[in-house]
Each structure stands twice: as C-alpha cells, then as structure tokens.
Design a protein around this ligand. Sequence first.
Ligand SMILES: Cc1cc2nc3c(=O)[nH]c(=O)nc-3n(C[C@H](O)[C@H](O)[C@H](O)COP(=O)(O)O)c2cc1C
Length: 173
Amino acid sequence: MDRPKVLVAYYSRSGHTRRIARAIAAALGADLEALHDPTDRAGVLGFLRSGAEAAAGVLVPLERPRHDPATYDAVVIATPVWALSVSSPVRTYLWLERRRLPPVAFVATMGGRGADRGFAQMASVAARAPVATLAVTEREAVGALPRQGIARLTTAILVRARRPSRRRKARAA
Ligand SMILES: Cc1cc2nc3c(=O)[nH]c(=O)nc-3n(C[C@H](O)[C@H](O)[C@H](O)COP(=O)(O)O)c2cc1C
C-alpha cells in the first residue's frame, strides 16, 4: 500500500518547535516546511511584539512557503504558544492555506500552558478539526523527546490521512 505523503509545516523562534517538527517528520518520512517571517522577533522588543500579535490574533507578513499543502495527504502544523495563543506566523499560514489543506494535525510547544486554546484557534482559522494534537513542554522539547506522544500523533495521521489514490486523482483533475 502507498504510504501517505505528509508535510510538516512549523514556525520556531527559539528552536523548540523545530526540534519536535524534525522528529515528527523523520518518523513519517515527511517533507519539512520551515515558515519564515521578516519581522524582527529578537530580544525583549521582539518578545513583546510577538506576544502582542498573538494575543490580538493579527496576520503578519510571511515568506512564500516552498511546498503546496494541496499536494499532500496530510499536513502537520506546529507552533509555539505565544500569550496562550497560536503564534502569529502560524495563524497567518493557516489562514493563507486554509482552502488547500488536506487532513491536519496540530502540534504546540509551550512553557506550561495555552496549547489547548491555541489548538482551538488553529481549528477555527483552518475551519477544520485536527485528526490529532500534541502539546509538548519546553522541557520535553530540549530533553528526552515525548516518544509516546509522537507515536500516537503519527499513527493517527497514517490512519486518517487522505488516501494517496485520491491525491493523485485530485492532481490529475
Ligand atoms: C512571545 C512569547 C509568548 C509566550 N507565551 C507563552 C504562554 O502563554 N504559555 C506558555 O506556556 N509558554 C509561552 N511562551 C513560551 C513558548 O511557548 C515556548 O518557549 C516554546 O517552546 C517556544 O518555541 P520555539 O522555541 O519553537 O520558538 C511564550 C514565548 C514567547 C516568545
């Protein structure tokens, strides 16, 4: 049987979400889409700007992504939690790509809380419920990876992804 073709799209300011996204992509044999935004997020000002954007739910400039999510059978979207919310670059990605997304799974890294609220916001912006979610603490993101959580997420994606034959038909149409 064909394996589903999966994309892992993520934004990471300080590396935690990148590490989890890479581990999930490796487990699934998935392509990686690192989201880049031109906004300066360094230092205290960058921190405050990022938190304010996320709390306000604004969209931000984003470099054009390299991969087309519509050509995948499932997309994992990973964000840091900012101000108990989805980060502004990931909110923007979800909004821009919402009509091109196949089944989705959401991942969030956080200091300690806010992932569930972020997931609800992500589902609302993408106008679809995720097939699975995974919340990861900073401690896990820098230490021993949450292998069980990653295995649960990847299994759900493999079970609930669009069938590859349907993807081929969609591309041929
Ligand atoms: C602007 C900002 C706001 C944050 N707000 C929260 C928060 O509300 N709750 C939380 O648990 N962690 C919060 N954090 C911590 C990050 O979610 C956490 O460090 C995350 O793993 C960072 O991911 P990254 O290294 O991929 O950027 C915040 C971090 C930043 C920069």
